[in-house]
Design a protein around this ligand. Sequence first.
Ligand code: ZN
Length: 435
Amino acid sequence: MKTLNFTDLRKSIDQNEVGREMYTLIAELYPICRSITGDGFRKTLEILRRDIPLKVYEVPSGTNVFDWVVPKEWNIKDAYIKNSKDEKIADFQKSNLHVVNYSVPVKKVVSLKELKEHLFTLPDHPNWVPYKTSYYREDWGFCLSHERFVELKDGEYEVYIDSTLEDGSLSYGEMYLQGAEEEEILISCHACHPSLANDNLSGMSLAVFLAKQIVPLEHRYSYRFLFIPGTIGAITWLALNEEKTAKIRNGLVLSGVGDNGNITYKKSRRGNAEIDRAAYHVLKNSGANCDIVDFYPYGYDERQYCSPGFNLPVGCFSRTPYGMYPEYHTSADNLDFVQPHSLGNSYFEVLSILEVLEGNCTYINMNPKCEPQLGKRGLYNSIGFNEMAMLWVLNLSDGNNTLLDIAEKAGLKFDAVFIAAKTLREHNLLKKVIT
Ligand code: ZN
């Protein structure tokens, strides 16, 4: 049987079906209380390992990673606030967002005044619960809806957080897939948020499906998938794997890929890296509205990959960007907010970008003195052949232009140029330049 490649896979994709499968995985992961360390993160990796051969790494608390230190490990069993009538007004068992993530343990009775110093709400969206963290400051707190908050009466409240914050480790998952070449494509996503669907169970599910479907394919590049806690995970990975970064030819951070907004591609810091040009080419030709934005130094882990000491060619693929939708970091980023058709479409476009990278080789015309006679080879005026693309490929294949360069100069889709090059290769009119 013929080995499948990226083009075969892209053509066989049913976006709705993939989107539904991605959604099913998101729904399974959604209830787990994740954080940047701890058992929720590990349990998540265990679930992902059913689908892909992920290796799990543990980095001890206290490990120095550039200017940062791997924090203590946080775990939680239960938490609530009870009023004097013994009624729970915030309950971790109902939603893990009710507890400020990384809260230290607490068990005491407090006045309403003291309690309010530890409460977070969203007055502009009174029935949503915010998502808050306290990673690098030992404190405790609760999040609740503003509707609930304004109903609180004077009196005493019992606050209880059954958590631990102790020396342990930071976990992350990594999958490496050897390709024909040593150069790599990095796919990274943060996997540390608790019950939030778009940010970033969506990016995780996209990465899992991609990894799963690339495994049986014939592929040129090696692929490295990272499922890491945001910021500290990327910093930790870069600090412990600095020598591997020289092989990263292209990379994508995947986040927020399931909402109904347009696709947004944020360029790498380099601005004109191959990944930036491939993403631009695919998205501009996709027929859908999309936004291509320049790099800026906040957002997701592209901040670390694109810090000046690394300056890796890593862009960020999302739909509505980081922080630009009201549901961001709230209980409204739930299973209703992500849509299977958006997930499937994001998957398709990422796959299409990778397909361009895989096929973006440089060739040399073996018959460069005047045009070769295409007619005698059955390549002229024959139905199904894109003569214009062949003429462009023949003319620009002087060893200096990649197929993407040619597609851009010719104003043609990469696909047409790629197929023309394949045909010309089969007729010994082109030879691949080994770079
Ligand atoms: Zn986030």
